[in-house]
Design a protein around this ligand. Structure first.
Ligand code: UD1
Length: 418
């Protein structure tokens, strides 16, 4: 399973390059199934989630060539050889469900295992299914599978009850090959949606309005191969800014889009961290004097739920009463009992965590329960007194490329034992 052993590390200092975004690359790899031509994707981080998506493409009959050192992935799906995705791959990663839209659009049929619950909540896919049904698919759900069929999808007006990132992506990927116009209202506006729209547009899709709450798509007959560079990972960037904040360090990040980091930067400044734009990116400098803040997670451009756990680690040692409210996922405080084991004073009241900052955390054995919870524990351990052992670190590999190596480059005392 692997574990990290982390010692109190002092101030982290240095400069590092942020990798391509996990949440951008996964739908973009799925979208390569919309064409029989080769697509080449740059800045693909070697994450286990990306590996699962690569396996899924191959499972559907595609061929891939992943140059891990150059971070380039070439995908060619001449024919999709089957309609049903392997249960094992679907069960490994929720984002596997992003194959539904492209396979349905290209083949007229797809059968996917319903993603089960996960540590952070039940996470249904009803909005994905409603969207595909509105595009003309006949949907049946039985024995834990969703089966969608349509000779050819048609355009539709779709209003999402909630601006779901995955549902917006799946509907977009299905609609680009549908007959006629699709309008998706109250859709997600995350930067990853814009990245996917840019990739689809370079494949020949006709999409307007990505990044706003209404996307208009005119379906086309076919799409061609394209080359694309993935946007930087705003959550990885945020996590390293927090590493600087929590250790009173000084870290410069390159390969960032500052605009994507606005909500994270706003909260870091509010807590007392100095954030400056540099010629190459952004720099976070801790002062040692932090003040208590309140945070509420929201869909973009609100504060990202994927940064909630990492902030909680910092607020655990921020003097005063801090309140963090999670509105996006129903059960995303699994890291709290682990932080409490490290000496944090945190109480959960419904969807809020009330954090009374303590002067210092102390190292002990803790467990990563999910990806961002794992990152949060690593950050907490960097400034905790003594040694912290973090178990189940495979969660961290899902979303951080060489996390321990990058942290060591900044002076962190972190060792990985597999
Ligand atoms: C994506 C991100 C994830 C991030 C999340 C919210 C990827 C691969 N993952 O996940 O890192 O935390 O956005 O920013 O991009 N919901 C429904 N029905 C649906 C779909 C979603 O009720 O059909 C609910 C979910 O249970 C959740 C909320 O909507 O409570 C947000 O989910 P969604 O935006 O869909 O997140 P994902 O696309 O799964």
């Amino acid at each position: 399973m692997g574990k990290f052993i982390i010692e109190e590390s002092g101030r982290l200092r240095g400069k590092l390059r942020v990798s391509g975004g996990k949440n951008s690359v996964l739908p973009i790899i799925a979208a390569t199934m919309l064409t029989d031509e080769t697509c080449t994707i740059h800045d693909v981080p070697a994450l286990t989630d990306v590996l699962v998506m690569q396996n899924l493409i191959e499972d559907f009959g595609g061929t891939t060539n992943w140059d891990i050192n150059r971070e380039t992935l070439a995908v060619s799906v001449k024919n999709i050889c089957k309609t049903e995705a392997s249960y094992e791959l679907c069960a490994k990663m929720r984002a596997s469900f992003l194959a539904a839209g492209p396979v349905l659009a290209r083949l007229g049929e797809v059968k996917m295992s319903l993603p089960g619950g996960c540590a952070i909540g039940s996470r249904p896919v009803d909005l994905h299914i409603k969207g595909l049904a509105a595009l003309g698919a006949t949907i049946t759900q039985e024995h834990g599978y969703v089966h969608a069929k349509a000779r050819r999808l048609h355009g539709a007006n779709i209003y999402l009850d909630f601006p779901s990132v995955g549902a917006t992506e799946n509907i977009m990927m299905a609609a680009v090959l549908a007959r006629g116009q699709t309008i998706i209202q109250n859709c997600a506006v995350e930067p990853e949606i814009v990245d996917l729209a840019n990739f689809l547009t370079s494949m020949g899709a006709q999409i307007r309005g990505s990044g706003t709450d209404t996307i208009r798509i005119n379906g086309v007959e076919s799409l061609r191969g394209a080359t694309h560079t993935i946007i930087p990972d705003r959550i990885e960037a945020g996590t390293f800014m927090l590493a600087a904040a929590i250790t009173n360090g000084d870290v410069e990040l390159t390969n960032v889009v500052v605009d994507h980091l606005k909500p994270t930067i706003a909260k870091l400044r509010e807590v007392g961290i100095t954030i400056t734009e540099t010629d190459e990116g952004i720099r976070a400098t801790g002062s040692g004097h932090r003040r208590a803040i309140d945070i509420k997670t929201l869909p973009y451009p609100g504060f990202p739920t994927d940064m909630q756990a990492q902030f909680l680690s910092m607020l655990a040692t921020t003097p005063g009463t801090n309140i963090v409210t999670e509105t996006v996922f129903e059960n995303r405080f699994m890291h709290v009992p682990e932080l409490v084991r490290m000496g944090a004073d945190i109480k959960i009241d419904s969807r809020s965590a009330i954090i009374e900052g303590v002067p210092k955390l102390t190292g002990t054995q803790v467990k990563a329960t999910d990806l961002r919870a794992g990152a949060a524990l690593i950050l907490a351990a960097l400034s905790a007194q003594g040694v912290t052992e973090i178990h189940d670190v495979y969660h961290v590999d899902r979303g951080y490329f060489r996390f321990d190596e990058k942290l060591r480059g900044l002076g962190a005392k972190i060792l990985r034992i597999d």
